[in-house]
Design a protein around this ligand. Sequence first.
Ligand code: WQD
Length: 338
Amino acid sequence: MKKILVTGGAGYIGSHAVVELAQADFQPVIIDNFSNSRESALAGIEAIVGRPVPIYRIDCGDATALRGVFQAEPDIAGVIHFAAYKAVGESVDKPLAYFQNNVGSLLTLLQVMPEFGVESLVFSSSCTVYGIPDALPVTEATPTKPASSPYGRTKQMCEEIVHDVAGAPGSQLRTILLRYFNPIGAHESARIGELPLGVPNNLVPFITQTAAGLREKLTVYGTDYDTPDGSCIRDYIHVVDLAKAHVTAVQRLLDRKASAPVETFNVGTGRGNTVLEVVRTFEEVSGQKLNVLLGARRAGDVPAIFADATHAAEVLGFRTETSLADSLASSWLWQQTL
Ligand code: WQD
């Protein structure tokens, strides 16, 4: 089995990717410092895949520790780099932590990988690199505009860094940049899912915690945007669909099918939904009535964005399979296990 290093592999998207990798006959190896994940995710992964997954409890921004992992795990075939902070709103309050962690960990990884002959990298990028797009849906050719948050800026910087490093003379680096939209949902087994530490930043965990009575109300951040019902539009992709895109991408790199040193793909459903549509759909699938406050806008928010998912479909053969309703139902099932 080909060994794939998964940084942030105990996190929300990372844990789901580890499961899909294992079920596609790869040997995932997890790196996680548990700054935004919990050890319980490891038990959930093992319960699903039926075997323990090697884990190194280190910060992948620590070059010495990272080298130790590469030394302990010879023949790593490729790396999927999830480890990053990812809350748009939080990044406005903590920009330095976001730059240090998100950019710093990538720089360390790019430094260490070639020392061990590891050339294949799938990088967790984000639709936030588009900023506030002039036209929708966004394609991979849509010009990136100034990001609306420090989080988005870290992803823009990381993409530029990858292009410059891969384009340097003698570089063997081959990378696929996956621009995620809004990951939601949980594995059908309800053994792994989103585990926000503290008050959730993201919409869907806040919805499920409100429905579970853990939060008094859900505040909808802004209903005066230029959208059908005034609330923001996003492209909500089920986390398992997103995880499967990583397996496809890393296989493409290992098969040396990539057409350029750096390839970029939107990973979204191609559909946009407003916050109020998500709220209504959740209420329908869960049978729970949410206590909702229509509040003020949140700093850093983009009014509307959703993917043109054609490129991933045509080149990777990747298409999402899960509806918004089913994604929200899986989130609610997961929340009820917590
Ligand atoms: C979605 C919408 C909020 C909470 C996420 C990830 C980021 C990136 C892009 C991958 C916004 C509104 C939220 C709440 C609300 N994905 N909202 N009340 O900001 O789009 O970013 O997707 O890289 O990593 O974080 O997601 O879930 O925070 O917000 O009204 O209590 O829901 O204003 O319009 P966002 P989000």
